[in-house]
Structures are given as C-alpha cells and as structure tokens.
Design a protein around this ligand. Structure first.
Ligand SMILES: Cc1cc2nc3c(=O)[nH]c(=O)nc-3n(C[C@H](O)[C@H](O)[C@H](O)COP(=O)(O)OP(=O)(O)OC[C@H]3O[C@@H](n4cnc5c(N)ncnc54)[C@H](O)[C@@H]3O)c2cc1C
Length: 277
C-alpha cells in the first residue's frame, strides 16, 4: 500500500440522505471532513431518490418520535434558509383506516399526547375535502395540517454544496473497499487510494453490513417498489388538493404523495413484499 492520499479530522462513508447532512454539519463547525460516495451525487441506487419523502407529525408508530420530528422540521427549514430553495412542502397528512386500526389509533394517541392539532374525518367528509381520496365506508381518517413531503435529492445537493462551500472535500464515484483502526484513528481504503482520519462516520445505508461486520447479520436490506399512477383528473391530486396519505386495511399500509417531480401520484406499499436482497 502506498502513502495515504490525505488526512482529515473525519471521513464520512456514503453521501446519501444521512451522509450529506453529516458532512455539512461537520464542515459548518470548522471540522476538516472528507466524504466518499461510490456512485454519483445524488443517484438512484440507494434509499434517497424518487423526488419526495413524507414528513408528518401524526406519527402513528410511536409518540416518542415527535421530538425528533419537530427537530427535523426545524432543520429542513434551516437548510432552506441556508441554501435558498424550498425543500419542504406542507400538504397536510391523512392517516386512514378502520377506526380500531393501529394507524388511526396511533395517530390520535400521538396527537393527543403532544397537543398536536388534528381533525377526525369520516369517509364521506374525507371525499368532500379531498376528492382524490375515496375511502371505504366505515373508515376514519386523521388529518394533520403540518404533514407534507421533502425533496430527498434536492436535500442531498443542498447539503453537499453548502458543505463544499464550508471547505468539505467530497469525492463521488469512489468506493470504500475497507477500513482499519490505527493507534491514532482510521485508515480508509477505496478503489482509488487510501485516506487517514481521526474519526470515521459510516453512513452507508443498506450497505452498512459490508463495512461493519458485526452488523452484517442484523441488517436485511429489502427491495422497495414505488409506482407513479397517472390519474384521469390530475387536478384533484396536486399538492394543494391532496394531502400525503397512509391507509391501512388491517393487513397492509399503503402510502401516497401528490403529483410532484414526476407526472403521477406516488403510491407504494409499506415494506413492499418483504423481499430481502
Ligand atoms: C422507497 C422508499 C420510500 C421511503 N419513504 C420514506 C418517507 O416517505 N419518509 C421518510 O421519512 N423516510 C422514507 N424512507 C426512508 C428514507 O428515505 C431513508 O431512511 C433515507 O433516505 C436513508 O438515507 P441513507 O443516507 O441512510 O441511505 P442512502 O441514501 O442509500 O445513502 C447511503 C449511501 O452510502 C453509499 N455507499 C454505500 N456503501 C458505500 C461504499 N462502500 N463506499 C462509498 N459509498 C457507499 C451509497 O451509494 C449511498 O449513496 C423511504 C425509503 C425508501 C427506500
């Protein structure tokens, strides 16, 4: 092995949704950071593409997420201010299903616990307010007005460009093939060279198990499939007419996002087919 190509305070492996934010936050604080990404930035091979990601406060999964979500809203707004581009769109969120479903019950519990404003709507009321959504009779919906979506690729670009302005070095199309602890820090080997740093951040998403052996058998990356459906009346499915939504039928959760970025309503099933890859 030749001499290292450079030394940094911190090396970040993976410049996706998480790694891009890490390089920015470090560089902003005056830390000498090197980011390494195996593909282009952004790209369509990981978890952070497809124009939109839902952000919502009525988090049915667990009320404990709310403090993190509140902080996430603040940080997205800070990023918009720093970069000068809209990245978060508030459309409202609709969480729907049978009244006893975990989805509806969980959304109400979270809103109540954190004093988040919400409305409970029946199927008819929902269709009147949002003609793009026709729920089965007997379903209930929780509408929360702060819900919406963020732009993942634009967020990555904003973080990386701001990080570079703050002095970060970002190397795309350079794959990390291994790393070692040394008495003073780490040595990281890529397909193009070796680098040294005091500290290492692994933000490799679904590939984390390849880089941290002890996590390999705990992580099971799954294939997710998303569709963009072209409605006959697209005017009912624009961000000003349609909230982001999650609908449960007791077995599955489906979710959707209004037309944005691609000419269709984004629609997917949570966990898709549980297809480990
Ligand atoms: C289809 C889908 C829909 C989702 N919907 C939502 C949603 O609506 N709301 C929500 O909050 N979350 C959602 N999520 C989750 C969210 O998008 C992810 O949690 C987030 O994007 C993960 O970011 P990440 O940085 O961990 O992964 P990634 O963005 O995949 O980044 C990991 C990066 O590491 C790089 N890398 C890996 N190995 C190496 C290596 N050896 N050398 C160099 N680089 C390497 C990869 O190329 C990649 O760029 C969704 C996820 C998916 C897949």
């Amino acid at each position: 092995m030749g001499s290292p190509n450079g030394e940094s305070d911190v090396i970040v492996i993976g410049i996706g949704g998480i790694g891009s934010a890490v390089v920015y936050e470090l560089a902003k604080r005056g830390i000498d950071v090197l980011g390494l990404e195996r593909y282009s930035i952004p790209h369509t091979m990981g978890s952070s593409h497809g124009y939109t990601r839902i952000i919502r406060r009525a988090y049915h999964e667990n009320p404990q997420y709310v403090s993190m979500i509140t902080r996430a809203y603040e940080r997205w707004r800070d990023l918009e201010d720093a970069y000068g581009e809209q990245l978060l769109y508030e459309t409202g969120s609709l969480t729907a299903g049978p009244p006893t479903s975990d989805l509806v019950d969980g959304a109400v519990t979270t809103c109540e616990k954190h004093s988040i404003d919400y409305e409970q709507l029946g199927a008819d009321e929902t269709a009147e307010r949002f003609p793009g959504i026709q729920l089965p009779a007997g379903f209930e919906a929780v509408y929360q007005s702060d819900g919406g979506f963020v732009r993942p690729e634009a967020g990555i670009t904003a973080h990386v460009r701001l990080a570079q302005r703050a002095g970060a070095r970002i190397r795309a199309r350079e794959e990390v093939v291994g790393w070692d602890s040394t008495p003073t820090g780490v040595t990281v080997t890529t397909n193009k060279g070796t680098y040294e740093a005091d500290r290492l951040v692994v933000a490799a998403g679904a590939w984390t198990g390849n880089l941290i052996e002890s996590l390999d058998d705990r992580l099971s990356p799954e294939r997710q499939v998303i569709s963009w459906i072209q409605p006959e009346q697209p005017e009912a499915f624009t961000p000003d007419r349609l909230p982001v939504f999650l609908v449960s039928d007791e077995e599955d959760i489906h979710y959707g996002i209004p037309i944005f970025g691609a000419p269709g309503v984004k629609f997917g099933r949570h966990y898709h087919l549980n297809e480990v890859v």
